[in-house]
Write a protein that binds this ligand. Structure first.
Ligand code: MN
Length: 496
């Protein structure tokens, strides 16, 4: 993904001149060693060391450059020695990039036998970082704090986790979403204020009539369609029965035409996310289910029925989880299963990303029974098992709220021979009764962006960057406590 190639993280070390130039030189050397060590780990973005700073002028000028430098996706700050924090105020006042405060130390352990006063004065992150943290808290600046030895796996894992937020945040600031058709009529929860979304979250949403896509479709050549259908045959299980059914195979061909047209349209508009609406397909042969599935698997955001908020969120999740194994997708709550702790079948009409399965998807063509169009092609599979996060963003009128729930993806209890759509089957934490009630109390959608690869820490970072409310539902959720949080949040977020 482009954003991972072009983005860098700046590393800045705080110090002061109290202990002389030699001490600062040592601080600088240590910082370079740490930066090299971090870059040798498995981090998704490269770290660039920007020097040890010891004055308000230097800090202000460096942070202002960070604000305007497109390559800078975030800043890691560490206080090697004591860096009196008033010198940070001027620079921090305008900082607009994600911030990670690394509370580490050059040496892992206390050198009991060798330690003298010079050593102690040089290695004072323990209190230097507290001084710096105070000014961040005083100035109400959100940041991720990572505490740990810089060469430890767990510390680097947390830095990597945050870097993925930086990349995704950066991507969302220039994200363009194309909507083919509008929001599904009368549906409240997927709608919202697109102007406020652009102010808070960065992305831009444009509407296009489906007729424009139909026009683009006219320019798709038969040779391109033939090549793409060959790709389908190589990637997916295709029954001989489908190949030999001329009418059904024609539908696969038409699905490929739609996919090529949507790809071209998104490229022309420089859009990385889109929505469709099954009720507004004038001039298209079928609901572009297969196209939505394949594009999502490549990291393009998708929302059904005009759901642009979820399209942005599926894009966010695929950027955050880029290169990781679990996969992410758009999903919708469908059928409840009141057995044991309870579970929900997740699916959509067609549009589920094959990145969440380890099966080889089956390419099939069946009637849809809704929307009044020809039979659409689709990929059929079940999501793999594992722990994941399902999230949504809703517009409460005066603010956005993200609701994020931990879910356990389970194996299906039996085959679904009469339901030829992709699906996942999950148990919300802590169980269906509490998980579903909490989601509904918070006003969550029936649509969600889902990922096997993300942490709540990442969603917390994202919500803090957007100054957006976040409600987490997990194994510790208690409905009475949740109601209290929602009441308190009414006051807190109204004051922001
Ligand atoms: Mn839907």
């Amino acid at each position: 993904m482009d954003v991972f190639k072009k983005s860098k993280i700046w590393f800045i070390t705080g110090t002061q001149l109290l202990y002389g130039g030699d001490a600062v030189r040592q601080v600088d050397e240590h910082s370079q060693t740490i930066t090299r060590g971090l870059n040798a780990g498995a981090l998704p973005l490269e770290i660039v060391y920007k020097g040890a700073v010891d004055s308000a002028e230097e800090i202000d000028s460096l942070l202002k450059r960070a604000n305007t430098e497109p390559e800078c996706a975030g800043i890691i700050v560490w206080m090697h020695t004591f860096s009196p924090a008033k010198m940070w105020i001027r620079g921090l006042k305008t900082l607009n990039k994600p911030l990670l405060h690394l509370h580490t130390q050059f040496n892992r352990e206390i050198p009991w036998a060798q330690m003298d006063m010079d050593y102690m004065n040089l290695n004072q992150s323990a209190h230097g970082d507290r001084e710096f943290a105070h000014i961040l808290s005083r100035m109400r600046i959100n940041r991720r704090i990572v505490v740990g030895f810089w060469d430890d796996r767990e510390t680097q894992f947390q830095i990597a986790d945050w870097m993925r937020v930086c990349a995704a945040w950066c991507d969302q600031q220039t994200l363009r979403i194309v909507r083919f058709g509008d929001n599904m009529n009368n549906v409240a929860v997927t709608d919202g204020d697109k102007v406020e979304a652009e102010v808070r979250l960065g992305y831009h949403v444009d509407y296009y009539p489906v007729g424009d896509l139909v026009e683009t479709q006219k320019g798709v050549a038969d040779a391109e369609i033939r090549d793409l259908v060959e790709t389908y045959e190589a990637e997916y299980l295709v029954a001989q029965e489908l190949r030999s059914n001329e009418a059904a195979w024609r539908q696969v061909w038409e699905a490929a035409r739609e996919e090529l047209a949507i790809r071209r349209f998104l490229e022309e508009k420089k859009a990385k996310a889109f929505t469709t609406n099954f009720d507004a397909l004038h001039g298209l042969n079928q609901l572009p289910g297969l196209a939505s599935q394949r594009l999502m698997a490549e990291g393009i955001g998708f929302g059904a029925e005009g759901d642009w908020k979820t399209a942005a969120l599926t894009r966010l999740f695929s950027v955050m989880g880029f290169g990781l194994e679990g996969g992410s997708s758009f999903l919708e709550d469908y059928v409840l299963h009141f057995k044991g702790e309870g579970a929900i079948l997740q699916a959509h009409m067609l549009e589920v990303s094959p990145s969440i399965t380890r099966e080889r998807p089956r390419l099939e063509v069946h009637p849809l029974g809704i929307g009044g169009k020809a039979d659409p092609a689709r990929l059929v599979f079940s999501a793999h098992e594992g722990t994941g996060v399902a999230a949504t963003i809703v517009d409460l009128g005066d603010r956005f709220r993200m609701i994020a729930a931990k879910v356990q993806c389970l194996a299906l209890e039996a085959d679904l021979p009469k339901l030829p759509v992709a699906r996942a089957f999950w148990k919300p934490e802590p169980n269906l009764a509490i998980g579903a009630a909490a989601w509904m109390l918070a006003g969550g959608t029936h649509h969600s962006a889902f990922s096997f690869d993300l942490s709540f820490d990442q969603l917390e970072d994202y919500a803090e960057l957007a100054q957006m409310e976040l409600v987490i539902i997990d194994e510790n959720t208690n409905l009475r406590a949740l109601k209290e949080i929602l009441r308190v949040n009414e006051v807190f977020y109204r004051s922001m």
